[in-house]
Write a protein that binds this ligand. Structure first.
Ligand SMILES: [Zn+2]
Length: 318
């Protein structure tokens, strides 16, 4: 915006006779030089208008954004389409998370219920043994936790890829059951992931509400050694919890964690066997009617993914 407007130059004077003559001469020289030159000018104009169009204010914002503060606050996020936001942009090949590897572990599998023999066999989890996998919980109306976890995980993948991260899911609705919890951990280890998040929703008492992040405790033996990941996993979990509150407006669990939204456990194979920073998040309680209303909303699941993404981005950028 220039201040040298009409106030200062109310009537731009027309080109002088000398000026017009010079312009004409220049034009003649240009035309005489070569037809190619004219062609170049024409195509140049074309490129210019395309460039102007792509840089218009209507263009999507740069995917960078602020990693600590999710781009949409709970009070305004209802104004845009979450599905459009998650699918409009192709994965970026550059960004603040370029070179970072994130493994997302969608808890359970919608096929587990039909494969009880496979998922009921036990696997070693370092300090004991546990079922290979479980069916997960569901809302009273029958919305399965496994559907929830896969949907949030896919939204989360889109957000992280927009930041330039390399993202791998432990299952993408592409296998009949599982994987087993030890394999879920192994996928993160073999990817040498910078961060792993296992996405879940809880099945607690009907009166209990809120989300919580589960952190690995110190576990050694039986192929497990979490000592090196306890501290960074806590940092990852704290960042996710903080961003999750801001993105979703949800409160930390009122039934575990003493209001912190953080719980340390040593009985989860997916954490015990991890060699890389990893946390679980229980996004809400599917058995609570108010939480269930959120968990079954696509718009809310987008906010949940934004909260988790914000925490991961903050952790990885330090
Ligand atoms: Zn679960």
């Amino acid at each position: 915006m220039s201040y040298a407007g009409p106030e200062f130059d109310p009537r731009p004077s027309p080109p002088s006779r000398r000026g017009r003559r010079a312009l004409l001469a220049a034009l003649v020289v240009a035309l005489a030089a070569a037809g190619v030159a004219v062609q170049r000018v024409v195509s140049g104009d074309g490129d210019g208008s395309r460039a102007a169009a792509s840089a218009s204010p209507d263009s999507p914002a740069t995917p960078g954004g602020s990693p600590e503060a999710p781009s949409k606050s709970p009070s305004t996020s209802g104004t845009s389409s979450p599905s459009a936001a998650s699918t409009a942009k192709p994965p970026a090949r550059s960004g603040p998370l370029k070179g970072k590897v994130v493994v997302i572990d969608p808890g359970h599998n919608t096929g587990n219920a039909a494969h009880t023999a496979e998922i009921n066999r036990t696997v070693r989890i370092g300090n004991g043994a546990k079922e290979c996998d479980t069916t997960g919980t569901a809302t009273n109306a029958g919305y399965a936790e496994a559907r929830f976890t896969l949907d949030v995980s896919r939204r989360l993948r889109a957000l992280l890829e927009q930041q330039g991260a390399t993202v791998k899911l432990t299952q993408d609705g592409d296998r009949p059951w599982g994987p087993c919890i030890d394999e879920r951990a192994r996928i993160g280890n073999e990817a040498e992931a910078d961060a792993v998040v296992s996405v879940h929703a809880d099945g607690s008492a009907a009166g209990a509400r809120g989300f919580h992040v589960i952190l690995p405790g110190p576990v050694t033996g039986g192929g497990a050694d979490t000592r090196g990941i306890v501290a960074p996993s806590r940092e990852l979990g704290e960042r996710i919890a903080g961003n999750f509150v801001r993105a979703t407006g949800s409160a930390p669990s009122d039934y575990v964690g003493d209001g912190t939204g953080l719980v340390t456990r040593k009985d989860l194979g997916g954490l015990n066997l991890s060699k890389v920073p990893k946390v679980f998040i229980e996004c809400g309680n599917m058995r609570n009617s108010k939480d269930a209303a959120l968990l079954t909303s696509g718009a809310w699941r987008q906010k949940a993914a934004q909260g988790i993404s914000g925490g991961i981005v903050g952790f990885l950028r330090g």
